[in-house]
Ligand binder design. Structure first.
Ligand SMILES: CC(C)(COP(=O)(O)OP(=O)(O)OC[C@H]1O[C@@H](n2cnc3c(N)ncnc32)[C@H](O)[C@@H]1OP(=O)(O)O)[C@@H](O)C(=O)NCCC(=O)NCCS
Length: 399
């Protein structure tokens, strides 16, 4: 169906687009005082709108960088603000927006796109795959006695909201982003965080850990309790620690907040040693988790060449139904990535390639699930070694 057009939104259409997206996500429209935040979040030229008689769907992105295995920061489009009006869904509007966005990104030579998905079935058809996976932790605070070996930690500084808003961007930028999946937080990201913090009935508390060389990490948390009779839950909205001292120091502080029954730390990296801090490791439980960042290789050869590999090369036959120039055979190995004539050892869609890219899923697991076809008995294991990534990839920056 093509009785609508897709075009880049003008800056004066930001509020309408933001409200359409928020309504689609079941969030109330912007209040007047929230509009300036939205205006700072929309990167000019990066928001698309679908129109029939009026705006019926949107998708936008902002420019950022994503660390790939090997440690290189690679430009990517952080895709967000995706929504279609309820009375115009399931007639291909999202498909048109996604194809227009991907075509524009490919035209500008952007190697990667990534997003957080509201629902699992939406984005695979456009070539996105689950690229990082997280654990949600719950800690019973009174049971969580620290083991004697846990580092003492340094000084903790508490920041009021205004100070946190001012200092967090530089603090975040100053911490290492060597882990695959880590992203920069550009100026288009922070206003969303500030708006949420300022609009909240329980504004978050920010704590900064200082070591011998300055700030080494921070945590942002809020305590939720409906009434004095209800259990109180401290929710860790963000925690970044560059050193073991900082990790221990921040957790020491969080555990020392009296009257708290439970600490919830959602969306943490798979290898974070939270249970290992405690004399009783069962004081911390994994209560959930799942997909974190969904990745899309927009320029397959450039994206493949940007990361490092170990082991022997493998020839991949990649299929990309949306950006068809990506389809073809690639020889991928520690010496580099080239287009290949040799027969392929692995056949896969560009969405499955995204699942391999950060090492979140082993090739052999994708073979088991029928998402990769292999030519020979050893090929999956070879690809397992080639794409393996340590430590596990993690983004942890919602957008
Ligand atoms: C998700 C959403 C944007 C889809 O928009 P849409 O215009 O209905 O999508 P399309 O018609 O282009 O759908 C393309 C395909 O995806 C499928 N699809 C789309 N959304 C889906 C969903 N939520 N669950 C399952 N399948 C979905 C469609 O059935 C269609 O499949 P087909 O090509 O085999 O027929 C829209 O439903 C929406 O705004 N949802 C609420 C907000 C939201 O979740 N936004 C995403 C934020 S990350």
């Amino acid at each position: 169906m093509s009785d609508y057009t897709v075009r880049v939104l003008r800056p004066d259409e930001t509020r309408e687009a933001a409200d359409l997206f928020r309504t689609a996500l079941l969030v109330p429209p912007l209040k007047d005082e929230e509009v300036p935040y939205a205006e700072r979040m929309y990167q000019p030229g990066r928001a698309l709108g679908a129109f029939d008689t009026e705006l019926i769907g949107t998708a936008r992105s902002f420019d950022a960088e994503l660390t790939v295995p090997g440690g290189e920061p690679v430009p990517f489009a952080a895709v967000t603000g995706v929504g279609v009006r309820a009375d115009r869904t399931r007639r291909g509007v999202l498909g048109r927006l996604m194809r227009a966005q991907l075509t524009e990104l490919a035209g500008r030579g952007v190697p990667l796109a990534a997003l957080y998905a509201s629902e699992g079935p939406i984005y695979g058809r456009f070539g996105y795959g689950v690229a990082t996976v997280v654990h949600d932790y719950q800690v019973e605070r009174r049971r969580a006695v620290l083991r004697p070996e846990v580092p003492a930690g340094g000084e903790i500084e508490l920041l009021r909201l205004d100070a946190a808003v001012e200092r967090l961007p530089a603090l975040y930028a100053g911490l290492p982003r060597t882990r695959s999946g880590s992203m920069t937080r550009p100026a288009y990201w922070w206003p969303g965080m500030e708006r949420t913090a300022r609009q909240s009935d329980t504004p978050p508390v920010t704590i900064v850990h200082h070591g011998p060389n300055g700030p080494e990490g921070y945590a942002i948390y809020r305590v939720n309790r409906k009434s004095w009779q209800d259990p109180s839950i401290l929710e860790v909205a963000d925690l970044r620690a560059a050193t073991a001292e900082a990790f221990a120091g921040l957790w020491r502080y969080l555990l020392a907040v009296d009257l708290v029954d439970t600490i919830e730390a959602p969306g943490r990296p798979l290898d974070e040693p939270i249970p290992l801090l405690f004399a009783d490791p069962r004081a911390a439980k994994v209560t959930g988790g799942g997909d974190d960042l969904w990745l899309r290789l927009v320029d397959v050869p450039a994206a493949l060449a940007a990361r490092e590999y170990e082991g022997e090369p493998v020839v991949l036959e990649v299929t990309d139904p949306v950006l068809t120039a990506n389809s073809g055979r690639y020889r991928v190995g520690p010496e580099g990535v080239t287009r290949a004539e040799a027969p392929a050892q692995l056949g896969l869609g560009v969405d499955a390639l995204a699942m391999l890219y950060f090492g979140a899923w082993a090739a052999s697991a994708l073979v088991t699930a029928g998402r990769i076809q292999v030519a020979g008995p050893d090929d999956a294991e070879r690809a397992d070694r080639l794409f393996a990534t340590r430590p596990p990839a993690w983004c942890g920056t919602h957008f």
